[in-house]
Design a protein around this ligand. Structure first.
Ligand SMILES: Cc1cc2nc3c(=O)[nH]c(=O)nc-3n(C[C@H](O)[C@H](O)[C@H](O)COP(=O)(O)O)c2cc1C
Ligand code: SF4
Length: 1428
């Protein structure tokens, strides 16, 4: 494609108003016009684009409409050009003839629309303008054709002035042509007294011109094909000419195979009228296809031979005619298109796989796509074949009916046969399914009848005994024009057919007028006889299943609208998932199911997502179902009032403003506004500190988020201080982005009346490379410059806080702040008392043993959140408040609060659950959570996405099966994790009992947990729930302790009111296994076994993972060996180790509060001594042990009691259903099977995998078959994948800086190819990823680790010990995927070539000097390479 032509056309388009549409073969195959005409709307060529354009024309007032398309698309859309819109409105189509098929032009002739053809960039510039003038002049469509060309490339030309000629409506066509100096036909070459002439409708080039000139043949080209000015053609042909060949370039021979070519016909239509002007001796029609350079001369020679013969043959073809695609670029286009189509098909499989999962036996996709049958993948085709099939079946039913009536069978058991057939008839006619057994019996009996014709006939058509579940799959193209589309046909047919309509338009790209499309659901519901569902597989898998099952059951038409938003056919699932969430959350794509046959109104419409979009709401209002829905779903009612009642909102705002003004009256000083933007809380804390001090100095100060400042009001401020931190790569934090965008783009803002200052927080080493230095405190600096630019007056110069300074950002802050007070005239005040900020320690003390205002907060339905203090306190109850970060920005833009939901973590000592307990969790995940369960890196279960009003029912549900969440998080001893140890039942029993004992021993004694969550009744309870937890012997305490004075009080004998300085973790491993990472926790217990009996533990103290990027005072640490403790005393030893940390841990700085810092500050020996003093005995010498690995061993094994255990691979611990892996359904089925009085338990590992344990031989086959059915039995993954782990990170973890769980699997896939090439597929490399340096997946002890730094950027660590015994070290800072892959692929290759026998990767990189070893945590930051 010559860019010259495209650019020339784009210039014209950009100079004319009105909508522009671009067609392209696939989302991923871009039209060259896209970057040049950015405002154009893109339509897919397979989706009948002219149908949508037609709809646009009907509705819009555009003076002209432009379409940029291709020849084949025009051909496919021919019927649309007959629409009145195209006959009466100027629509200009610029048509690319990449395939050189000029026969498309002739096929348009009967439409009588102006057609012009350009051949060079210069012509493209002129003719594109000409086309608009002809269209406006005739008030109908016009076409401008052009083929890719190098012809006269140098003649580029830039037209000036308006596209449309003044008063073009009133001109004659000939005037317009004259204006542009365009002749309908043109002589291309100069020859002397030619005898032969050729009118050529095809691609010109120098070679063809030369060829004809050499032969002294006059070459004429058509510039205007319609109107066909034959007169003008004849008048330019000199008198010497005797013959004319009408030569059409055509790609496809079939269009020119008729006896007369269309060009010839066009010529003859007018010729009789003008024959007097020119009488030819011969008029010959011919065609040429694509001719390779160098081959023209031969083609021309043959062509002339024919014309010059005495009896020329009509319609000879020359060149490559039978090939549609002729150039390299068009071939590439086709290939790309095919690839994209395959990509789309792959994405859409997500839905089709679920259909297959439900029941593949009688499923029939009527228009299944498979490359070779593109035409038959069209839904209309499918519907046609369905109707045909239906007719055949109806005839068959009639035949059966007749046969039964006449009873002409001679089978071995006629009475049974008649009985079965009658039953079949009754059921089939009433639309009920017939069971397979009956059908098989019928067929078998018919086969025994060797004589009757009727039996033979029925057997010949036996497929019609079975009814199919028929599905049509349609793209969203069907939905544009409801009246005439396939949707309408399906709905009105009343037939039992299901239709899946996949909508792939991303929410973010939704069009302004995109409503029409979304109406299909409403249209179908209004129609009233149709099952309708709106689903989104990446939002709710369960709902998809429900909808498919219901649609198949429904005896009539079903329309299932499925959302699958992708921007490119090659998108991975992550962006699709994120787009889906946004669309569902915003109400753009509501999830619902509607069954008109259900009479109970409450049940006929089920809303499965909580947001409704306006049209749906109107429909429901009309149908009067909304109030019923709202009363059923409190969240829905909140969302509805939120969107509906803007009036109330503004009133509330006013009340708030008034009371605030009232509050300020008490203060006398000048006003000050402190606006902050902060992601992690530092800038927010600084802003609040400034505000507190300002109030203390008598200023009328307010503090608010930057995004809550309006640009319009900014000039009305008096004094304003901005505090912003830096996130991403020099970007504004989320809650300041909106403000910054508005400020940056403001055009007429005058800030000369305000005084301002900026304090910026950043890290000069966050992006250590030289070229990245400008990211340092960039937002603050940009903001400062912009405010100055708009005329703002500085209160003081910008203040810069740097994490690298001795006192972090406080160094810069302490220098800057006094200047502000001075500027405001409040610097000389004595004795200003700043109210102290509330610390975590204050919160604990003031919480009344972890109560806070949690109970009250749960009652508040005006927000999905709880107070910030309660957020800290609920952690002790196993609950974290989070919000969905995928949709944070969108909700903010909509003025909604973040989508708050809670993570609820179980305390699961020993990491095991009974099948009944597991089933309960599975149910709670579906009904109270986000439909998934997460196995954590500390071997417990977590539920995500629990909204506030589901919290209590979720926790009560867990307690009803004796699982609790107390102390699963918070500054206490948390879940005690033990090795999974499937092959040794006895030892596993002993260590898990000890784990449970330690957990119970160190459990907080507060009755707050029971009081808040369990006391009394709740609507969500099931019978017997409360009895279960009230009868429990262990777990959360139910009654207070009697203390002095006969009072009942909460007592925390181990913790006191302040609990621990920070979290505290204990694990137990059983050598040689280290699946719990014994070195990485506050206490690591290494089990010592003698004679297959646990005798005690070697005790490691002071391991820990969390760090802060670039803060060298923070580091990971492996535990220090204290020595051996016998098993009966181990819980006491753990208690005393914890006490020393309780009493000596740093309570002033949470970043320095873990035991690992206490022990390093104090010295290992002194810490140990203090423990021994409390214990009153000493640690014994550590006993010998050997550890081999810290990964899991997958597959089956048998223990010494003969029980079987299967370790399943659950990637990153996420138990969910996906189209490829329905693992959650599978585990549920296994749990259901095991609860039926069978053996078995579920066991979790610290590597986030799951064991189906204690299976007796008699149950083994069944469990194996379930594992296979649900693809849980596959453990054939690469060694790298099997040894990998990732933390949760996005979208739920509030601390995540980068993706982890959702990204690591894809990254590993990209590495696997290289591993395979180097013969490393089965070699284990422990690789871990976390979204931030808190290190939940223990990255610092992995051989390869990636720790999130910013979205898409990670620090790469190397050199950890293969079984978790050694810390790794930073190899590269902040690298992105390309670099990660390049580095790791290179290193893996070296490892494969240079490693010693059995040498693990972590050891290899150290031996070969690629990285220095980290021998102790405090040296983690030493020896990092300078160019890291
Ligand atoms: C993901 C992330 C990216 C960062 N990027 C930068 C940066 O580009 N430039 C910079 O100066 N500081 C950067 N920082 C450092 C922070 O701005 C700094 O630590 C600040 O104190 C954080 O404040 P906050 O808690 O209010 O967000 C980054 C920090 C994080 C967590
Ligand atoms: S490591 Fe960081 S991002 Fe990952 S789950 Fe833990 S806190 Fe969240």
């Amino acid at each position: 494609m010559s860019v010259g032509q495209v650019e020339a056309i784009a210039q014209t388009i950009n100079s004319i108003a009105g909508a522009t549409f671009i067609t392209q073969p696939a989302k991923a195959v871009e039209s060259p016009f896209r970057p040049l005409v950015p405002d154009a709307q893109v339509l897919l060529e397979s989706n009948d684009p002219y149908l949508e354009i037609d709809a646009h024309i009907s509705q819009s007032e555009d003076a002209v409409v432009t379409v940029l398309t291709t020849g084949p698309t025009i051909l496919k859309n021919l019927p649309f050009f007959l629409s009145n819109n195209f006959k009466t409105k100027p629509v200009v189509s610029h048509v690319d003839l990449t395939n050189f098929d000029f026969s498309i032009i002739t096929s348009l002739r009967d439409l009588n629309y102006p057609i012009v053809i350009s051949q060079s960039p210069k012509e493209a510039a002129i003719y594109s303008r000409l086309a608009y003038n002809l269209a406006v002049n005739s008030q109908k469509s016009a076409f401008h054709f052009y083929a890719p060309s190098q012809y006269q490339l140098k003649d580029a030309f830039k037209p000036k002035g308006d596209v449309l000629i003044k008063d073009v409506e009133s001109l004659q066509t000939s005037d317009i042509l004259a204006y542009f100096d365009v002749k309908p036909f043109e002589l291309v070459n100069k020859v002397s007294k030619p005898k032969d002439s050729v009118l050529y409708l095809g691609q010109l080039n120098d070679e063809i011109i030369e060829g004809f000139t050499k032969e002294n043949v006059l070459l004429i080209t058509a510039n205007v094909y319609q109107p066909f000015y034959l007169q003008s053609l004849l008048s330019i042909i000199p008198s010497s000419v005797e013959t004319i060949t009408l030569l059409l370039q055509s790609a496809n021979i079939s269009t020119t195979q008729s006896s007369f070519s269309p060009l010839l016909l066009d010529f003859f239509q007018e010729y009789p009228k003008y024959q007097t002007l020119k009488n030819f001796s011969k008029i010959v029609g011919s065609s040429i296809g694509f001719i390779q350079s160098g081959k023209y001369a031969t083609a021309i020679e043959n062509l002339l031979k024919n014309v010059r013969s005495s009896n020329p043959v009509q319609n000879l073809s020359f060149g490559k005619v039978n090939t549609e695609i002729s150039t390299k670029s068009s071939k590439k286009l086709l290939e790309d298109h095919e690839k994209a189509q395959a990509g789309a098909w792959k994405l859409e499989q997500a839905y089709l796989k679920v259909l297959e999962q439900i029941d593949p036996t009688n499923l029939r996709i009527l228009n299944e796509f498979n490359g070779s049958n593109v035409g038959q993948s069209n839904p209309e085709y499918g519907f046609g074949s369905f109707l045909y099939d239906q007719e055949q079946r109806e005839n068959f039913v009639e035949s059966v009916h007749k046969a039964v009536q006449e009873n002409r069978f001679h089978s071995i058991d006629n009475s049974n046969l008649i009985g079965y057939l009658s039953q079949w008839l009754v059921q089939t006619r009433s639309g009920l399914p017939v069971d397979d057994k009956t059908i098989t019996e019928v067929i078998e009996l018919l086969k025994t009848d060797e004589v009757s014709e009727v039996s033979k006939e029925l057997l010949a058509k036996q497929e019609y005994f079975r009814s199919h579940k028929n599905w049509l799959v349609g793209s969203d193209a069907w939905s544009y024009d409801l009246g005439s589309s396939g949707i309408h046909n399906v709905i009105t047919s009343g037939k039992n057919i299901n239709m899946l309509v996949i909508d792939s338009e991303p929410y973010n790209e939704k069009k302004a007028d995109g409503n029409r499309k979304k109406d299909i659901g409403l249209y179908a519901m209004n129609y009233g006889n149709c099952y309708v569902a709106s689903i989104a597989i990446y939002s709710s898998y369960t709902q998809v299943l429900q909808a498919f099952i219901e649609a198949e059951k429904f005896n009539g038409p079903s329309i299932v609208l499925a959302y699958l938003p992708y921007s490119s056919e090659f998108d991975s699932t992550l962006p699709i998932l994120q787009e889906t969430k946004r669309a569902v959350d915003s109400g753009y794509w509501p999830l619902y199911r509607y069954d008109p046959t259900i009479e109970d109104e409450k049940e006929s419409f089920k809303l499965d997502s909580s947001n409704l979009r306006k049209q749906l709401k109107d429909f429901l209002d009309r149908e009067n179902k909304l109030s019923l829905l709202a009363s059923k779903d409190p969240l829905l009612s909140r969302n509805l009032t939120q969107t509906a009642n803007t009036e109330i909102k503004s009133q509330q705002k006013k009340v708030a403003e008034d009371s605030f003004a009232e509050l300020l009256k008490g203060l006398s000083g000048p006003p000050l506004t402190v606006a902050f933007a902060s992601d992690g809380g530092n800038a927010e804390a600084v802003a609040k500190k400034i505000n507190r001090q300002a109030l203390g100095r008598g200023l009328k100060s307010v503090v608010l988020e930057m995004d809550d400042l309006s640009i319009e009001d900014l000039p009305t401020e008096t004094n304003i201080v901005f505090v912003t931190s830096t996130s991403g790569q020099g970007e504004f934090p989320t809650n300041g982005k909106q403000f910054w965008d508005a400020l940056k783009n403001a055009t007429d803002i005058d800030l000369s009346t305000i005084k301002f200052s900026v304090f910026a927080l950043g890290d000069s080493e966050y992006w250590p490379r030289k070229e990245d230095k400008h990211y340092y405190n960039k937002p603050g600096k940009d903001l400062h410059a912009k405010l100055l630019f708009y005329g703002g007056v500085e209160l003081s110069e910008i203040g810069l806080g740097d994490d690298q300074d001795a006192d972090g950002f406080n160094t810069g802050f302490n220098e800057w702040l006094p200047k502000i007070w001075k500027a405001l005239g409040v610097d000389k005040l004595e004795g200003v008392e700043e109210p102290k900020p509330i610390t975590n320690e204050d919160m604990k003390v003031g919480s009344d043993f972890l109560r806070g205002t949690i109970a009250e907060g749960l009652q508040d339905s005006s927000t999905g959140a709880i107070s910030s203090i309660d957020q800290q306190l609920t952690k002790f109850h196993g609950i974290y408040m989070q919000d969905d970060r995928d949709i944070r920005d969108d909700r903010k833009a909509e003025g909604l609060e973040p989508a708050y939901a809670f993570m609820v973590r179980l305390r699961l000592p020993g990491g095991k659950a009974t099948p009944a307990q597991y089933l309960k969790l599975d149910q709670l995940a579906d009904f109270r959570g986000n439909g998934t369960l997460k196995i954590t890196t500390r071997a417990t279960f977590q539920l995500h996405g629990v909204v506030k009003h589901d919290l209590k029912p979720a926790i009560r549900g867990m307690n009803s099966v004796l699982l609790d969440t107390l102390a699963a998080c918070g500054d206490v001893n948390r879940n005690v994790m033990v090795s999974a140890l499937p092959h040794n039942a006895k030892i596993h029993g002993q260590v898990s009992a000890i784990g449970a004992k330690i957990s119970e021993h160190l459990l907080p004694q507060t009755t707050a947990y029971h009081e808040i969550w369990l006391q009394g009744d709740d609507d969500g309870d099931e019978p017997g729930d409360s009895k279960a937890w009230e009868a429990r012997k262990d777990g959360p305490k139910r009654t207070k302790t009697l203390v002095a004075g006969n009072a009942l009080a909460d007592v925390e004998p181990f913790y006191g009111k302040t609990y621990l300085p920070r979290k505290f973790k204990i694990v137990i491993n059983v050598p040689p296994y280290n699946d719990v990472d014994v070195y990485a926790h506050d206490i690591g217990l290494i089990t010592i076994i003698e004679n297959n009996e646990v005798v005690g533990f070697n005790v490691l103290v002071g391991g820990g993972m969390g760090t802060t990027h670039n803060n060298k005072k923070t580091y990971p640490r492996t535990g220090s060996m204290f020595g051996f403790i016998p098993k009966d005393k181990i819980h006491i030893a753990c208690e005393k180790i914890m006490f020393v940390q309780r009493d000596y841990g740093d309570r002033t700085n949470r970043k320095h509060a873990r035991l690992k810092y206490t022990i390093d500050d104090m010295g290992v020996e002194l810490y140990k001594e203090k423990v021994e003093t409390l214990l009153d005995f000493k640690f014994e010498e550590p006993r010998e042990f050997k550890i081999d690995s810290n990964i899991d061993f997958f597959g089956w094994c048998k223990d010494e009691l003969g029980l079987n255990h299967f370790t399943a691979f659950i990637e990153n611990g996420r138990i969910e259903d996906t189209p490829e892996l329905p693992q959650k359904s599978g585990l549920k089925k296994i749990a259901e099977y095991l609860t039926e009085g069978k053996s078995g338990e579920f066991r979790l590992t610290g590597n986030q995998h799951l064991l189906i344990s204690n299976i007796e031989d008699k149950d083994l086959d069944h469990v194996k078959s379930l594992l296979a059915q649900y693809k849980l039995d596959n453990t054939d993954f690469s060694g790298l994948r099997l040894s990998s782990a990732a933390c949760v990170a996005f979208p739920t973890c509030g601390l995540a800086m980068a993706e982890s769980e959702r990204y690591l699997p894809a990254l590993i896939t990209k590495l696997e190819e290289a591993l395979e090439e180097n013969g490393l597929r089965h070699d284990s490399v422990v690789m871990r990823m976390t979204g931030c340096p808190n290190g939940c997946a223990r990255p610092w002890v992995a051989e390869v680790a990636l720790v999130g730094k910013a979205y898409g950027a990670y620090n790469l660590m190397l050199g950890g010990g293969h079984h978790g015994e050694r810390l790794n070290k930073i190899y590269r800072y902040s690298i992105k995927e390309d670099e990660i892959l390049e580095i790791l692929k290179g290193l893996f290759k070296r490892w494969s070539l240079e490693r010693n026998e059995g040498e693990p990767f972590g050891d290899f990189v150290i031996r070969t000097g690629i990285i220095k070893p980290t021998l102790e945590g405090k040296y983690f930051h030493d020896d990092i390479a300078e160019d890291a």
